[in-house]
Design a protein around this ligand. Structure first.
Ligand SMILES: Cc1cc2nc3c(=O)[nH]c(=O)nc-3n(C[C@H](O)[C@H](O)[C@H](O)COP(=O)(O)OP(=O)(O)OC[C@H]3O[C@@H](n4cnc5c(N)ncnc54)[C@H](O)[C@@H]3O)c2cc1C
Length: 465
């Protein structure tokens, strides 16, 4: 919409001086069209019946799409001047309303900041709106690939993954995003009358990791790369889920076997894997894997005594036109099931690394068909464990709380995905002290994604900043 028309349409909003804001950002693409605002005020929060109720009517006042960092700075300055909330949006594949503007205001769509600035062996520097798929496509011809990506690789942006994600395909080898070294540097714009540009390097870059965009607008990231592999997708069928878990653990612990994904999934979930259904025998639980081509013989040798049967083995084809095997793991498993059964939801768990198989087994026996398990093996602080995204037949909020209690009683940590704040959704129920302190420095008025960092209270006098 042309700027003048946009100003006229919304100047009447009595919450924020939107007309003045639009005048200040003249020349930057902005939309006040209802359809744009509606569409870009959502993510995948609808997985949760609780968040669906809470967030379905939230709506931005304006969607702004900057072309470069200079425009990001102008938008940040205008938001600070008029005290308008700003919520950054990447690919909008988050699951807990992370990019939903709880207090309306501006949604900043980063889609056009999508350039790869440079790459060298083991390292890439990219603008935050670049899609993960495009980054891999650009680095693989040079022999490197991202160390990890969420199962939403085909639609998520690198800025959104770093600010909203936790780990994914590749975490079995490299751990989660929070492991030291998994973010090399981040460049951010602060939200102040005169925004600053700060380059965070090394450990300091963790200040923006999974902070839901509350600690600065990320414009550029430097990410470490791994040597690119010829990956082989493998599906192994087992009579029993726990056998798939046991064998998955054996492979996970075999350091010489190059792997990117090991995901045991309990029958009947594979019944919903439409693209691979013919490789999912009725009644069998699966281990879905991505194994380095050079390790496939060793993998099969380990498998021989386990009772598992390979039903599918083919080179990974990561094409835009084809549903990849990894889109049946991590939170895509829930999506495959939701496509035909809207009565389910999910939880996010971290299993203890000690007596790991026992914990999985104990949880499995607690709830029968009401809870269907699938796990993704991942390294954490040097130990091998698994993240789990069990699929839950949803009855009520109270019942969900009982199920959470059952998991916790078995020593499994829960990061509750049915809440919107960083604190409530974290495994430790608090926000990182570093991140809270940093927020006071970079967003003293609390305008970045307000409502998501509950512990933050603006200090007296921050209005004048
Ligand atoms: C089917 C499905 C599967 C998933 N699988 C995984 C998985 O394997 N692993 C995983 O970790 N997550 C997973 N997720 C969650 C989500 O897809 C990922 O976290 C993804 O990386 C988010 O990226 P995005 O670009 O879509 O971010 P968005 O949803 O757009 O944003 C996420 C958060 O980051 C903030 N943000 C975005 N860009 C910036 C920026 N430039 N500066 C500051 N803040 C910013 C947003 O404000 C928001 O708070 C899954 C979700 C779905 C729906």
């Amino acid at each position: 919409m042309p700027q003048a028309a946009a100003v006229a349409t919304i100047a009447s909003n009595d919450r924020y001086p939107l007309g003045d804001f639009l005048s200040d950002i003249a020349g930057i693409a902005a939309s006040t069209e209802f359809v744009d605002r509606k569409r870009r005020s959502r993510d995948y929060f609808w997985y949760s019946p609780i968040l669906q109720e809470k967030l379905k009517d939230k709506l931005a006042d304006i969607v702004v799409t900057p072309r470069d960092e200079v425009e990001v700075v102008r938008v940040a300055a205008a938001c600070a001047k008029h005290r308008i909330p700003l919520t950054v949006r990447g690919g909008a594949t988050g699951n807990y309303g992370q990019c939903v503007p709880l207090e309306s205001g501006v949604v900043l769509d980063m889609a056009l900041l999508n350039r790869i600035e440079w790459q060298k062996p083991g390292l890439v520097r990219v603008q935050a709106g670049a899609k993960l798929y495009d980054i891999d496509a650009a680095t693989r011809p040079n022999g490197f690939e991202l160390r990890m990506h969420p199962s939403t690789k085909r639609s998520a942006a690198i800025g959104g993954f770093v600010a909203g994600g936790s780990g994914g395909v590749g975490s079995v080898t490299f751990g989660g995003m929070r492991e030291p070294g998994n973010i090399v540097a981040a460049r951010i714009v602060t939200l102040e009358r005169e925004p600053r540009i700060i380059e965070l390097r090394g450990d300091a870059a963790q200040k923006i990791s999974r902070a839901y965009g509350t600690t600065g607008i990320i414009t550029v990231l430097e990410m470490p790369l791994a040597p690119a592999q010829a990956w082989i997708d493998v599906i192994v069928a087992f009579d029993d889920f726990i056998e798939a878990v046991r064998f998955g653990h054996t492979v996970a612990m075999a350091d010489g076997i190059v792997k990117k994904l090991l995901s045991p999934v309990e029958w009947p979930v594979p019944r919903h894997f439409t693209a691979f259904r013919s490789y999912c025998p009725d009644g069998k639980s699966l281990l879905t894997c991505m194994i380095g081509e050079m390790s496939i013989d060793s993998f099969e040798a380990l498998l021989a005594p386990s009772g598992g049967m390979i039903t599918y083995k083919a080179p990974s084809e990561d094409l835009p036109s084809k549903v990849p095997l990894y889109e049946h793991t991590w939170n895509h498993t829930t999506l495959q099931m939701l496509k035909s059964d809207r009565g389910v939801t999910y939880l996010q768990c971290l299993y203890p690394h000690e007596r790991f198989v026992e914990a999985v087994d104990r949880v499995g026996k607690l709830f029968g068909d009401e809870v269907l398990q699938h796990l993704e093996f991942m390294r954490l602080n040097g130990y091998m464990t698994a993240s789990g995204i069990p699929i839950i037949r949803y009855r009520s909020r109270e019942r969900l709380d009982e199920i959470i209690g059952g998991f916790e009683a078995c020593g499994v940590m829960i990061a509750n995905p049915h809440v919107v704040t960083l604190e409530d959704g974290s495994r430790y129920k608090r926000v990182d002290a570093d991140q809270l302190g940093f927020k006071h420095e970079v967003d003293p008025m609390g305008l970045l994604n307000p409502g998501k960092m509950r512990s933050f209270v603006p200090q007296a006098g921050s209005a004048e900043v």
